[in-house]
Design a protein around this ligand. Structure first.
Ligand SMILES: C[S@@+](CC[C@H](N)C(=O)[O-])C[C@H]1O[C@@H](n2cnc3c(N)ncnc32)[C@H](O)[C@@H]1O
Length: 380
């Protein structure tokens, strides 16, 4: 069994895992377990992955025994860097436990060095990396689940530096249109659950970030945008991407195109896209300004979904983010989901998260993103 420590937008992160394994189960607010092991580099919503080595640990004594037992077969000549991350509410001092373990670990022939979390009870990605806990050392992950503890060894953690490089170092960035964070692009691609040979289409591609993520995940992709400037921007970014990363899928950028009239490929494809979000409000918008946005955006989305149904080949799945607004603690939505379903689509439900809870929102911002997954009905 493997455990997955989920990111900030818990429901979204869990739905991503659920799209890969229907039997994934939440064991605490922020941690899920699955029998399957997935590559963390392709999961935007998981912070850490661990392998469970003991399920039902009822005391600290037992926990120490399990750790020693696990370590006794490890053979390394160099320093054995190890640490403990504790996910739970008890006041137990796991640093003391970690330090005490040193003596016993020495008696197994190891040269142990205990790495303490720099803050709180959890080793973060930076200290795991900096202290070279992987690949020869161990991060022991202790999870409090009801009255038992569960012990896992860390296998991988999210490579924040690589996400930042893809996000911030691309040559063309346009803050006015709001760029999709790479992690969210990965989550959306996973929510669409494409087969290996499915082409990912992004008809509102902006600066092309989602296409890069699709390529890294092994999918061919096609992007287009209404704006000529954005199309050029995406091309520039894709050139940079191909020079700097190990692209696995081909990327094609079409010349500027209106997503409400676009022609899609004849082979199997899914549409994964961050739709037009309207004005990127930098100060608090009035209700009137938002209402004006809503009628304009609704029209674009309805036409976009109608156009998809006119294609010779229908998309397998459409995973889209549409905007919502947070003003004075109130959430204002496009209220578009049912209207789209009535055109001839079925909403893909996730048991772990109701559609309305698949949100991506940063505190303090006025615009958030709601993520919805549709399948066109067969009878279309
Ligand atoms: C929110 S941005 C997408 C950003 C993109 N995901 C990124 O990371 O850069 C939405 C894009 O939709 C484009 N757009 C607006 N109306 C459109 C339409 N009718 N057809 C195609 N693209 C459109 C805008 O030019 C903008 O680049």
């Amino acid at each position: 069994m493997y455990l997955y420590i989920l990111g900030r937008e818990r429901d979204l992160c869990l739905a991503e895992l659920e799209s890969k394994d229907k039997n994934v189960e939440l064991i605490t607010e922020q941690i899920a377990v699955s029998k399957k092991l997935f590559d963390i580099n392709n999961l935007g919503g998981t912070i850490k992955v661990g392998e469970i080595i003991a399920n039902n640990v009822s005391s600290i004594n037992e926990l120490q025994k399990e750790i020693i037992n696990h370590c006794k077969d490890i053979e390394i000549e160099t320093k054995f860097n190890y640490g403990i991350s504790y996910y739970g509410n008890s006041k137990i001092n796991f640093n003391q436990i970690g330090i005490k373990l040193k003596k016993e670990l020495k008696s197994t022939g190891l040269k142990p060095r205990f790495v303490m979390p720099s803050d709180g009870a959890i080793l973060n990605a930076a200290s795991i990396k900096h202290n070279k806990i992987f690949p020869d050392g161990r991060e022991f992950i202790v999870v409090q689940s009801k009255d038992k503890m569960l012990l896992a060894v860390g296998l991988s953690f999210q490579d924040i530096d690589m996400y930042s490089k893809r996000d911030y170092e691309k040559p063309c960035r346009d803050r006015k249109v709001g760029m999709l964070p790479p992690k969210l692009s990965q989550i959306m691609i996973n929510l669409a659950n494409p087969d290996d040979n499915t082409v990912i289409c992004d008809p509102f591609c902006g600066s092309g970030g989602l296409l890069m993520e699709a390529s890294l995940m092994g999918y061919d992709s096609i992007g287009s945008d209404l704006s000529d400037d954005m199309t050029k921007c995406a091309k520039k970014n894709i050139e940079w991407f191909l020079d700097n990363f190990n692209a696995k899928g081909k990327v094609e950028i079409l010349k500027s195109n209106d997503a409400t009239k676009l022609k899609y490929p004849k082979e199997s494809y899914s549409v994964v896209t961050e739709g037009f979000l309207g004005i990127n409000f930098l100060s608090k918008p009035t209700k009137q300004l938002i209402d004006e946005q809503i009628s304009n955006l609704k029209n674009i989305y309805v036409e976009f979904f109608k156009n998809l149904l006119l294609q010779e080949r229908l998309p397998d799945v459409v995973c889209i983010c549409v905007p919502f607004w947070r003003v004075n603690e109130q959430t204002i939505r496009l209220n578009l989901i049912d209207e789209i379903a009535n055109l001839g689509y079925t909403i893909v439900e996730f048991k772990s998260a109701r559609q309305s809870t698949l949100n991506y929102y940063r505190e303090g911002q006025f615009t958030g993103r709601q993520i919805v997954v549709f399948k066109p009905n067969k009878e279309n």
